[in-house]
Design a protein. Structure first.
Length: 454
């Protein structure tokens, strides 16, 4: 269930370099959205969409690994598991059984900034789903057996995703190196000793503080009348008491004063190299500029890095980019998987050359058009489903402060210029602003008697 702030091959939707895109059109149905805030602070946003008789309900809690401290790292992600594990009124496993019996399904994810619970169900099951969500917001149980069982699940997940995964290991170490002050240095999965050490009291305190209605927003998209949804929210959720606002995260990462580097040796077939630069928060216009910049650099087979490193020089078998966009300034990533036995230093030099070229000359007209098209296609594709609509509403309400800003996104992407991309490349992708990480296979041990042989 964990959504890691890690890079992966083939992120997002790829489109052909010459794809045409019409001028942004109004978002159908956007004028039907209605929002209401309950007296306890829970905001409910409803977007009627009657294409199918189903509903997507996403509950966004403003809590992630950003809201942790040494000793309880990973606890936000742990709650993603615990929220399915029984309440004072329901036994462990009953949440899923009741939802599935009503024709529904669910999932969840945790990031550095938020934890999001996702429900999909027939419109006729709305009262049942409201009651389930109200129950676990109000009555979560911390049975010691369930606590230990989920602790083991999280430990196993950490081993699979980080400890036994070379890319996961490299990126976790880089994240911890890139940040010296801000809690974004904390891995969302948590450090092993903290996973082992949480106490029930830690969990109870965290639940009380962060799983309060005034720290959440509910998005309901699908075959539903807004007044019906609000009536159910009043019936099931309005009586849950608000809690004092959680402590604000006020630490700001100081400017990086010089390049940071780390090198890892471990059992591996291929070397890896990654670079991470400090950049902006999700709400900043420059975040959209960075999306397009990273698209030009490393998204798809026609991108600069793929063409140079993979197609022309054979210095990598794959390349990619990623932008961590959250409440606070995040990281812009570039990574490359080097061929077995390949020269990592040469791969790094080629990446540097392409970045320098972009910072000096800017993107071509074809490149800026392609990046803009990719952004717009991704935007419209995301709004094709009720799930995509719920996710997009949450992204803009929580990170940008108002879900209505979602509908100006196409215009904003259209307005981004080649000069802005060039300026961002020169400003952000500087050597003194980056962390470089390399993972290389362990050297083969030298056979006895070989050294000094005549």
């Amino acid at each position: 269930m964990l959504r890691r702030p890690l890079l992966a091959v083939g992120l997002a939707l790829a489109i052909a370099a010459g794809a045409a895109q019409a001028a942004p059109a109004p978002v159908a149905g956007a004028d039907q959205i209605v929002a209401r805030t309950l007296p306890n602070g829970l905001k409910v946003v409803v977007w009627p969409d009657r294409d199918i008789p189903n509903v997507a309900m996403y509950i966004w809690y403003r809590v992630g690994s950003r809201n942790e401290r040494p000793g309880i790292t990973g606890i936000a992600h742990y709650f993603e598991h615990m929220m399915f594990n029984g309440t004072r009124t329901r036994a462990q496993g009953e949440f899923d059984r009741v939802m599935e019996a009503s024709g529904g399904s669910n999932n969840a994810y945790t990031s550095a900034d938020v934890t999001v619970y996702q429900n999909w169900f027939p419109a006729s099951a709305m009262p049942v789903i409201f009651e389930l969500e109200a129950d676990r917001m109000r009555n979560l149980q911390f049975d010691p057996k369930a606590v230990e069982s989920e602790r083991g699940v999280v430990q196993s997940e950490r081993r699979t995703r980080v400890d036994d995964d070379n890319l996961g290991t490299l990126l976790e170490q880089m994240q911890a190196t890139a940040y010296v002050a801000h809690p974004y240095q904390i891995p969302t999965i948590g450090w092993p000793s903290d996973i082992e050490g949480w106490k029930v009291m830690d969990l109870q305190d965290y639940y009380r503080q962060y799983y309060a209605p005034n720290n959440a927003v509910m998005f309901i998209v699908g075959d539903v009348e807004p007044e019906v949804a609000f009536k159910l929210a009043d019936q099931y959720l309005a009586s849950i008491p608000a809690q004092p606002a959680p402590p604000a995260v006020t630490t700001k990462e100081p400017p990086q004063l010089g390049e940071r580097r780390l090198r890892i040796e471990r059992d591996a077939q291929t070397p890896l190299i990654a670079m991470a630069w400090h950049t902006v928060a999700a709400a900043d216009r420059e975040a959209r500029v960075m999306e397009m910049l990273l698209s030009i650099l490393g998204r798809g087979d026609s991108s600069r890095l793929y063409q140079r490193l993979v197609e022309k020089e054979q210095a990598a078998v794959d390349v990619g980019t990623q932008f961590d966009a959250g409440f606070d300034p995040g990281l812009a990533w570039v990574y490359a998987i080097v061929p077995p036995g390949g020269d990592v230093t040469r791969t790094e030099q080629l990446i540097d050359e392409e970045i320098a070229r972009l910072a000096q000359d800017g993107p071509t007209a074809i490149e800026i058009t392609k990046a803009r098209n990719q952004a717009l296609v991704g935007f419209w594709h995301g709004l094709e489903t009720i799930s995509g609509k719920a996710q997009a509403l949450g992204q803009y309400e929580v990170f940008h402060g108002d879900y209505r800003k979602l509908f100006s996104a196409p215009t904003e992407y259209e307005s981004i210029t080649a000069e802005e991309v060039k300026t961002a490349a020169a400003k952000v992708l500087r050597q003194e602003n980056r962390t470089v990480g390399v993972l290389e296979p362990k050297a083969e041990p030298q056979a006895p008697g070989k050294e000094g042989a005549q």
